[in-house]
Write a protein that binds this ligand. Structure first.
Ligand SMILES: NC(=O)c1ccc[n+]([C@@H]2O[C@H](COP(=O)([O-])OP(=O)(O)OC[C@H]3O[C@@H](n4cnc5c(N)ncnc54)[C@H](O)[C@@H]3O)[C@@H](O)[C@H]2O)c1
Length: 140
């Protein structure tokens, strides 16, 4: 598994850096370790793969900590229902992380809706070959 090149480019464009692990979290100087404080008050986050699993759990914690969250996923029905479940601080947008334009649109939506973007959680991973790597030769 590897991160989509499109997602990396978009993360780098917005933050000037990229996270260094597959399900990477980019939080500018903030820890989400405690949910008893509004540690992310005023912060805006896009969470890819936010409709289920780790992404949904992250969205839930971010909102508990005062953040506004855009859930970016490819499961539209689930994404809309999760956003409704999480309340007015959550919104859903369709975003396939393999499609650079959709990633850019998710970032654009966050900025349009909230005026800025603080966090891009590269949670959704997609499988494939690393750029520049050849397949191993077939075994005889
Ligand atoms: N759960 C684990 O133990 C574990 C361990 C190591 C890595 N990971 C990785 O962490 C990430 C999240 O894991 P999870 O267990 O929460 O998975 P999950 O299957 O519960 O959730 C993944 C979410 O990503 C969405 N998604 C899939 N392809 C997408 C795409 N192209 N664009 C946007 N969204 C897409 C799915 O619709 C789903 O909502 C995955 O990348 C997974 O490979 C998970």
């Amino acid at each position: 598994m590897f991160r989509s090149a499109a997602l990396l480019r978009e993360t780098k464009r917005v933050f000037g850096t990229t996270s260094t692990w597959t399900a990477g979290l980019v939080v500018n100087g903030f820890s989400t370790a405690s949910s008893s404080h509004q540690r992310l008050a005023g912060k805006v986050a896009v969470i890819t793969g936010g409709a289920s699993g780790i992404g949904k759990a992250t969205a839930t914690e971010f909102i508990k900590n005062g953040a506004k969250v855009i859930i970016a996923d490819i499961q539209d029905d689930l994404g809309h229902s999760v956003a409704a479940e999480l309340g007015p601080d959550a919104a859903y947008t369709r975003c396939d992380v393999a499609d650079e334009a959709q990633v850019a649109a998710a970032v654009g939506l966050a900025v349009k809706r909230h005026g800025h973007l603080d966090v891009f959680h590269n949670n959704a991973g997609i499988a494939g070959r690393l750029p520049g790597r050849r397949s191993p030769p077939p075994s005889s």
